[in-house]
Design a binder for this molecule. Structure first.
Ligand SMILES: [Zn+2]
Ligand SMILES: [Zn+2]
Length: 335
């Protein structure tokens, strides 16, 4: 079993453990080990043979045992048990996700807002991973604590984008925004500004506890805005610590599909939003998906390979996932 496949197993174990409040620390340990595997991509067979699995960062005796089982049998009895205990058994209609076909990522941050790296550093990291494009989607002005971008700063950012594109050959930088979905469903930047951007990710960040009918109206209005390409982390949940927003998911997902708006599977282990269950519903509603790292630093691009199991378990075929499409096929660019 290769390191990425193993990372996905550890990631899923971390995710299932997080549903039990008593297992928060163990859950984090599994997620951290998954991330280390996705980043370092060690040769597990070799390490297992040399009895060295614990040499991997974040891998103690317990996780090493799970990895040893994976190397020996290709599956994890611990994961099977957790799936059974949490009522989320494996399904026979899971899809196949080939990460080698991965073309890019449409949701990332730089130090223009709350990212911890420059646009150049993020672009170089994306290029090193073989990506053909990267959506630079910093925050909108409402999020003051993270120095969200207004029209003027977006213009300044577009100049830097041009420079970076010259320096990092072969990578297209899509200038975008992660625009806040305000309480009434309006967006945090005027249409005239959104219109000019390559990619618009509209995300709910605040007032997630709104009453379901108001939240439904809010989300319906957001997905109806013709400038919106993707709904970012559509429920705002934080598995293990914060329940996401509750709304008429089917109604909103159907409306998103009707408007050609994709739904995000945000692969940040703190979010994992949409959940596989919600993603499956969205699939049935006709939606496309964007599998995003929501990276705030170069290393965080590894969130996607480690969480790709979510799309697989939701049964999403690759042709419904934007990131597997070449740049020319992304309709949002022309939208
Ligand atoms: Zn966000
Ligand atoms: Zn984000």
């Amino acid at each position: 079993m290769d390191a990425i496949a193993a990372a996905q197993v550890l990631s899923e174990i971390g995710y299932l453990l997080r549903q039990n409040p008593n297992e928060v620390y163990r859950a984090r340990a599994f997620s951290a080990a998954a991330w280390a595997l996705a980043l370092e991509r060690p040769d597990l067979e070799e390490l297992h043979e040399a009895n060295q699995l614990t040499a991997i960062e974040g891998v103690g005796a317990g996780i090493a045992k799970v990895l040893a089982g994976l190397v020996e049998s290709g599956s994890s009895s611990y994961l099977d048990r957790l799936r059974a205990e949490t009522g989320q058994p494996a399904r026979d209609d899971e899809s196949t996700i080939d990460l080698g076909a991965y073309q890019g990522d449409l949701h990332s941050h730089t130090d223009w807002s709350d990212g911890r790296a420059t646009m150049l550093e993020m672009a170089r990291a994306a290029k090193a991973l073989g990506y053909r494009y990267l959506g630079v989607t910093d925050h909108s002005p409402r999020i003051k604590v993270v120095n969200g971008l207004d029209a003027e700063r977006l213009l300044a950012q577009s100049r830097e984008r041009e420079q970076v594109e010259k320096e990092v050959e072969g990578l297209a930088l899509l200038q975008g925004i992660e625009v806040d979905i305000l309480e009434d469903g309006a967006l945090d930047l005027p249409d005239a500004v959104l219109e000019l951007l390559d990619v618009v990710v509209a995300s709910p960040h605040v007032k997630l506890r709104q009453e379901a009918s108001a939240m439904t109206e809010r989300m319906l209005r957001a997905v109806s805005n013709p400038n919106v390409d993707i709904v970012g982390h559509p429920t705002g949940r934080r598995p293990g610590s914060r329940e996401g927003a509750s709304y008429d998911f089917e109604l909103v997902f159907r409306e998103a599909a009707r408007h050609g708006v994709a739904l995000e599977i945000d692969c940040d282990p703190a979010r994992m939003d949409l959940s596989p269950e919600h993603a499956r519903l969205a699939l049935e509603c006709g939606c496309n998906f964007s599998l995003d790292a929501d990276a705030h630093a170069p290393a965080e691009f590894a969130y996607v390979p480690m969480a790709a199991w979510m799309a697989r378990r939701a049964g999403i075929p690759m042709d419904r996932i934007l990131n597997f499409k070449p740049l020319e096929a992304l309709t949002m660019i022309a939208k």
